[in-house]
Design a protein around this ligand. Structure first.
Ligand code: SAM
Length: 269
């Protein structure tokens, strides 16, 4: 268990250093990609689960802060890793890390039986610099897609990535990306499917605020990670039962995050 604690303290330091090294170029990308890929393996390795739960239960001084710091700093680094991927694509040298294989591989399972089809409108909260979920949804289903992000640089990079992909796509590719809050985005009220990125710290507050802004039949996929995975994701929370009903939980042992599906309690079936 001391080993796990030492390993986690080391990751906190490595994430801090690697994020600080971001300078708008890919010159320091490899360090961050390596630390993020190895951290992804750690949080999905069930052999560490019991030790992690014991650490949390014993609550030694500094443990809660360590977990908080790791979650916040790895979330920040996940955003920077997306910037590196966008910059590489824009510079014609795209690379796929294990982290991105992991994220991209999940798109099909995201909504299970409630998956979007051609007439759907899919909104991603925390779309990042490489909005793979939206590009994938638009390409596979023909759905209308939009994303929001609080990071203006991520929105700008995301738009350039979409333009680059659209230039070589066999069919028109339209992905609207905005640095707007949910309530100011006209797309929100018509959305049939909403996805929350797992690393959005306030995602459950935004889910609550989303209720009066959306259709009665909207389906929400909330990416989350509990237990060991909460070192890289904000965990699942209880929701107001008058607003949202948990209809499914999709557990993915080998993936960095799991998915909770919500509908409104009175949603038409
Ligand atoms: C790294 S990306 C996507 C990561 C991964 N695909 C996931 O599911 O977490 C997460 C993005 O969420 C954005 N973000 C964080 N908090 C946000 C908020 N309150 N509203 C909108 N975007 C947010 C970050 O700027 C970042 O670009």
């Amino acid at each position: 268990m001391t080993d796990l604690l030492t390993t986690l303290e080391d990751y906190r330091w490595r994430f801090t250093e690697a994020a600080a090294a971001y300078d708008g170029s890919t010159s320091r990308a490899t360090d961050l990609e390596e630390v993020t890929a190895s951290y992804s393996r750690l949080v999905t390795d069930v052999r560490h689960e019991a030790d992690f739960l014991r650490l949390v239960r014993e609550d030694a001084p500094g443990t809660a802060q360590l977990v908080h710091d790791l979650r916040a700093r790895s979330a920040r680094c996940a955003g920077v890793v997306e910037k590196y991927r966008a910059l590489r694509l824009l510079d014609d040298q795209d690379h796929l890390s294990g982290y991105f294989d992991n994220v991209e591989g999940c798109i099909d399972e995201e909504f299970g039986a409630l998956a979007p089809t051609a007439g759907a409108s899919v909104l991603l909260v925390g779309s990042g610099s490489f909005p793979m979920t939206l590009v994938n949804a638009a390409r596979r289903t023909g759905a209308s897609v939009a994303g929001i992000d609080i990071d203006a640089e991520a929105v700008e990079l995301g738009r350039r990535v979409v333009a680059r992909l659209a230039a070589t796509a066999p069919a028109p590719l339209e992905v609207a990306l905005e640095a707007l809050p949910l309530e100011e985005l006209p797309f929100t009220k018509g959305a049939t499917h909403v996805v929350f990125s797992s690393t959005v710290a306030v995602k459950y507050d935004l889910l609550d605020a989303l209720h009066p802004l959306t259709r009665d039949d909207v389906v929400v996929a909330m990416r989350f990670g509990d237990g060991l995975k909460s070192l890289f994701n904000y965990p699942m929370r209880d929701v107001d039962p008058d607003r949202w009903r948990l209809v499914d939980t999709i557990r993915r042992p080998d993936q960095v995050f799991d998915i909770a599906l919500y509908e409104k309690p009175g949603a038409p079936s």
